[in-house]
Each structure stands twice: as C-alpha cells, then as structure tokens.
Ligand binder design. Sequence first.
Ligand code: ADP
Length: 400
Amino acid sequence: MKILVINAGSSSIKYQFIDMESETLLAKGLVERIGETAASQLTHKANGTATEIKKPLENHAQGLELVLATLVDEKIGVIKDLNEISAIGHRVLHGAEKYNSAVLIDDEVIQDIKDNIPLGPLHMPANLLGIEACQEVMPNTKNVAVFDTAFHSSMPDYAYMYAVPYKWYEDYRVRKYGFHGTSHEYIANETARVMGKDVKDLKIISCHLGNGASICAVKNGKCLDTSMGFTPLEGLVMGTRCGDIDPAVLEYVMDKTGMNINEMLNALNKKSGLLGLSELSNDMRDVARTAQEGNKKSELAINKFVHVVKKYIGSYAAIMNGVDAIAFSAGTGENRDDIREKIMKDFEYLGVDFDFEANKNFVRGENFKISKDSSKVAVYIIPTDEEMSIARQTKEIVEK
Ligand code: ADP
C-alpha cells in the first residue's frame, strides 16, 4: 500500500509519498507560491536527486496535478500509474471536540472543517483547499483527515477547561485544544519503542521544540495535558509567539499605544517570542550565536526559553506523579545540544542523570539516548516524523 501525505498551506502543498509495506519514503516535495503564477514552482526529491520544476499554478488543484504528474514521470517519478496511490492522508489543524482520531473524509467531515474555520482561520481554509484539490483531481481515491488536535482529546476537563465563566465554554467552546498532536503521539510511541516498553506503562514528557513549540504530558499513552491552548499561542516561548502571558497586558499596552486587538494579536503571534526579546531573529541558530557573541537580549531570549521549558517539565512530572522518559524533538530539540543541556541541567532531584557527553556527540536524525544507564528518568532525542504518523493513521482508516 502506498500513501500520499498532504500538508496544504495557503499557497503551498508539502507532500510525502510513502510505501507502507516497508515504511519507506519514495518521494517528497514542496509546491510553493501557488497563485503567484510567475513564481510558482515544485521541488521534488526522489531516488537521491532533487528536481525543480517552474510552472504557473493558479490554484491548489493545478499544484496537485503537477505533483501527480511528477510522481508518474518516466524519469523522476516513482510509480507507473496513479492507481498505485491507495489513499491520501491530509494534515488538518483542528478537529474541535468532535474528532478524537483520524477519519475518512466525506461530506459531513468537509462541512465540519468549514464550520471550524473560526478555530483556525489561517490553516483551516488551506487544509480544505488541499482536500478539495485531491477530490477534484483524483475523485476515486480515499482521503483521510488527521487532526493536529486529536491526540489531545484525552485531556480531562480540569486540564482543558480555563477558569473563566462556564458559559464561554457552553456557548463558544472556549477551552484548551492543544496542537502538534500527531507529533507528540509519534514521539511518545517511538520513545516507548526504543525503551522496549509498552507506551501504556509509561509516563513520558514529549518536548516538540521547533519554531512553533509545545510540550505534552503523555501518561499511559494518552495526553494528560499540553502547553498550547485554545490556539497555538499559549505555552512555551516560540520563534515569534509569546507563550504564557498575563492577559491584562493586552489592554494596558493597547491603551498606551493605540493598537487595536488585531494589531495586538499580530504582535503576540508574529513579533514576540525569541524574535521579540532578541530584537534580531526568530531562529534559534541566530539567537544562540549572537548570545554567544555577547548580545544580552539574545542571551535573555535563550534564558527565558529554557526557563519556561523547565517549568513545564517540572509541572508535568508533578501532574503525572513522576516521569519515566523525557523526549526532545523538532528543529531545536533535535539539533541543539546547547539548549538541551541548559534545559536538563538541575533535574537531579527528579532522578535525571543526564549524559552531557552523549548529548554533545548525538547522531543527527537518529533516536539517541542522552541520559546515563543509571538514570531513573531516561532522556532521548526522538526525531519527529509527522508524515509517517499521518500515513500510518491513514492506512489504518482505509483498511477498516
Ligand atoms: P517548524 O516546523 O515549527 O517551522 P522546526 O522544527 O523546523 O520548526 O524548527 C525550527 C527551529 O529549529 C529554528 O529555531 C532553528 O534554529 C532550529 N533548527 C532547525 N534545524 C537546525 C539545525 N540543523 N541546527 C540547529 N538548529 C536547527
């Protein structure tokens, strides 16, 4: 069985084409700048070579047609016939309260995604474009929606409710939903696998530290709590998002500056986080380098980032009554030993015997243990693979 995984953005389509018998990646690529016909292009990687194709693309359907033509291309393709694509798995941001797992897409699912656009106004319309393009171009192929919120649906009410007037939940479904669920689920399962244990017997803290960043407390294979909230703005310090903040700041600064609420939310989402504090960059590489060169604001940005991650790890160990494993993943979590070291320092009280040497000498792109064998709490680098997780869930659904 071969599965196409689609992650559609407002002007882009990221894809991976995976052979599920051996779980091997056959091809992957990115269609960019859809709608800007003079600039639109596809970058396709297969068999160790990358190919760039420039072609005017007016909409997502045309982008998808180009992807499919490339997959069956005589020279750079990987299949002979489009019938070899058994199903298509779509990354969808928001499943709201209704979807606690992946689902075969039908008219009702499409309508629900449309109804939930207000919960994810940037991502949901783009996700929908990707699905509709597939339905248009490959009408006989099954489509599966894999929701970024689904894994977190196991949170108990005292974790997902905000302590605000109850009516806000009853009338408007205001609550914590959490995101990066596909990634946290993958990281937790993979951590259990490398430990040779059943995920149902473990307490795992999964740290997805990328440009967007979140942490998840996974107890017995289920999410107990996670750091992102009603939107991805809550929780950790991110590339450009502020994370946890006293909401009273909003009115105070709006009053001082004359900003309206849209400008304020834009500042909190796009101009805060590492970028806001460093005043230089949202990219951890730039911020860490300039901090090392002595830039005080960059140093502060790093210290704040680390401080908040530590707070979440401590609090998640508390709510799970302990922790068996801590896993680091995504751009910063997988690649930055300096940040991992700062985070994991001073966790001896929890039973962590961190292996500072292994942490420095990690192998990029591989599952890697960075705690000593004597450590009560195992610490790992677990490279996330959201596409593989989406492909697995898609396979499961279409086989049912
Ligand atoms: P997202 O998927 O949320 O856009 P990523 O998971 O790609 O983000 O993470 C981006 C962050 O990871 C950036 O801050 C970047 O500095 C850091 N990062 C990514 N790749 C590397 C690398 N090879 N070496 C060091 N840092 C990296």
